[in-house]
Design a protein around this ligand. Structure first.
Ligand code: CDP
Length: 237
């Protein structure tokens, strides 16, 4: 499958159309951004690591019954996916308090959340992705009630599968963000699941193995992503 036209150039991925109107190609670039694109750097190998890591996770989720847009890897940095009509919503599940939850509610960083909590955010960089609730989604017609229910149940299903996957490899899945879209009237998991969009801590030392290393200038960003991939048995080039 060949790239036909660039449709969208995001912060870390570029999206291309293909000869098949139902399929897109995602190019995972080395660009790494934080703070709504204020901090941007090129990190060698990150595109390849994230592409291969994302494919591994999407395949695990698909095997567990989560419908995903992922079709197959095409090259080191490219994957073929279904062309979804994306909802402008981010779904976040948190197992441990960190990041914006700590800043917003004054909660202690590292506090275990039992049960885990769920948040919706509007995908809008200019507005800094504000937090929204179910009523906003219905009033502004961003998704239906049925889609809201599906986003919640699928995001928690992902939690069940991935918490175990990571824990078995010595890591805590602290939190993560998912995005969904429509295809033939059904909801599918879109976008990506990589250490760019989740928090992962070593279970013993609580060492950060995710994009917080970049946000906080801790260094060793790609090395940490490669360690996560290695622990899970993801094959890298
Ligand atoms: O990233 P930040 O601390 O500002 O926000 P958060 O609400 O604590 O993020 C929760 C989780 O969602 C983290 O794992 C983020 O990496 C991820 N996230 C993301 O991937 N993209 C966003 N636009 C916002 C959050």
């Amino acid at each position: 499958m060949k790239k036909v036209k660039e449709l969208f150039n995001g912060k870390a991925k570029t999206v291309y159309s293909t000869e098949d109107k139902d399929k897109l190609i995602l190019l995972f670039r080395n660009d790494t951004s934080a703070f709504d694109g204020e901090k941007i750097e090129q990190l060698d190998r990150k595109g390849m690591v994230n592409n291969r890591f994302n494919a591994f996770i999407m395949e695990k989720l698909s095997e567990a019954g989560v419908p995903t847009h992922h079709e197959r890897i095409l090259s080191d940095q490219e994957s073929l996916v279904k062309c979804l009509e994306m909802l402008p919503i981010e779904c976040v599940v948190r197992n441990i308090a960190s990041g914006s939850l700590v800043r917003r509610l004054g909660i202690e960083d590292g506090l275990e959340l039992n049960p885990p909590t769920f948040e919706f955010f509007l995908k809008n960089d200019e507005l800094h992705d504000p937090m929204i609730n179910d009523y906003h989604i219905i009033s502004f017609n961003w998704a239906s009630q049925d889609e809201i229910d599906k986003m919640k149940s699928l995001t928690f299903k992902v939690n069940k599968v991935l918490q175990k996957l990571f824990l078995d490899a010595g890591m805590l899945l602290v939190d993560y963000k998912l995005e969904f879209g429509r295809f033939n009237g059904q909801l599918y998991l879109g976008d990506e699941f990589t250490p760019d969009g989740c928090r992962l801590w070593d279970v013993e030392t609580r060492k950060k193995l995710d994009k917080d290393r970049f946000r906080q200038g801790l260094g060793g960003v790609v090395e940490a992503y490669e360690e996560v991939a290695h622990r899970l048995g993801v094959e890298l080039s």
